[in-house]
Design a protein. Structure first.
Length: 302
């Protein structure tokens, strides 16, 4: 008997219209993931009733919520729709800034080996995280929050699936990082997270989420490097905001991520014996009134 395997699980996404409507004329877009963690959980309400013999009264179902991470290797143009939603902005001449525009998606999970389709409705990007490890693949994770999970019947006559992108994954063997306009060529790791403070809210007499609230923009991350001088320590001790610009590339296509008002907020050092000492910092990026954003992404196509 066949059973579901991760290698045969595909994910597709489509922008929702008013009231969650889906236009069958718009093709589903494949997402190239390494893991789709979307699921619906239902809270169990346990009874406090005291029954003879120490028995427990029957429990009931409480609120339901859809959450989970879409994890992937960063590839050019594959996730631009989700990046736009995470920033709540709009790509303009290949530039994306933070904003207030909300977008919700329907996400399909298809288990080919057992023919199962699930749809997650009302999904928004709560958080996007980009991880740049030493000598590794650049990862991107979209933490989603949605309203409902349902079974789905895909109509092969009226619905279609677009072709996936063919760009290759980006790695930290290529690209660059500058701090204060000068190359930080001794960095060992970098991460960036944009959080939107999103949370499901509920109403009386309904288990499904009433809506998803939108909070403040919080751009933060971590940075580590070998110690060549005191430039980073001086910025940290002086509480001096400094521009951080990282270019991520596949060797042909690139994303340039710029944070013009980044502030190092914590500091530590680690290393002993003949190992190099690594300096590590957490940072937070603040809004720059001159550009109207905490962080900017620029697409640079081949």
């Amino acid at each position: 008997m066949p059973y579901a395997q991760g290698v045969n699980q595909n994910t597709y996404i489509k922008l929702e219209g008013v009231g969650g409507a889906l236009d069958p004329a718009v093709a589903w877009i494949p997402l190239r993931l390494i893991n789709n963690g979307l699921s619906q959980s239902v809270e169990e309400l346990e009874s406090d009733e005291m029954l003879p013999g120490r028995h427990m009264a029957e429990s009931r179902s409480g609120v339901s919520s859809v959450t989970g991470d879409l994890e992937a290797e960063l590839t050019f143009s594959t996730f631009d729709m989700l990046l736009e939603a995470a920033f709540h902005g709009t790509w303009t001449t290949n530039v994306l800034k933070t904003g207030t525009t909300r977008r919700s998606f329907a996400i399909l999970k298809h288990n080919e080996d057992i023919g199962r389709w699930l749809i997650y409705r009302g999904c928004e990007v709560g958080t996007v995280a980009i991880d740049c490890p030493l000598q590794g693949k650049i990862g991107v994770t979209f933490s989603m929050i949605g309203k409902k999970e349902e079974a789905y019947v895909f109509d092969g006559v009226t619905e279609s699936i677009a072709n996936p992108t063919e760009t290759v994954m980006m790695t930290t063997f290529e690209g660059s990082l500058t701090e204060g306009g000068t190359g930080l060529n001794h960095a060992t790791a970098l991460s960036l997270t944009l959080e939107n403070g999103m949370e499901a809210i509920y109403r009386l007499f309904s288990r499904d989420a009433y809506d998803i609230k939108l909070g403040r923009i919080n751009v933060n991350g971590s940075l580590s490097a070998y110690i060549e001088d005191d430039r980073l320590k001086a910025k940290y001790l002086g509480e001096t905001k400094t521009p951080l610009v990282v270019t991520l590339t596949d060797g042909t296509n690139s994303y340039e991520i710029s944070m013009t008002q980044a502030k190092l907020t914590t500091s530590s050092e680690e290393g002993s014996g003949d190992d190099p000492i690594i300096q590590s910092y957490d940072y937070r990026a603040f809004n720059d009134p001159a550009v109207g954003t905490e962080v900017t992404i620029t697409r640079i196509a081949a």
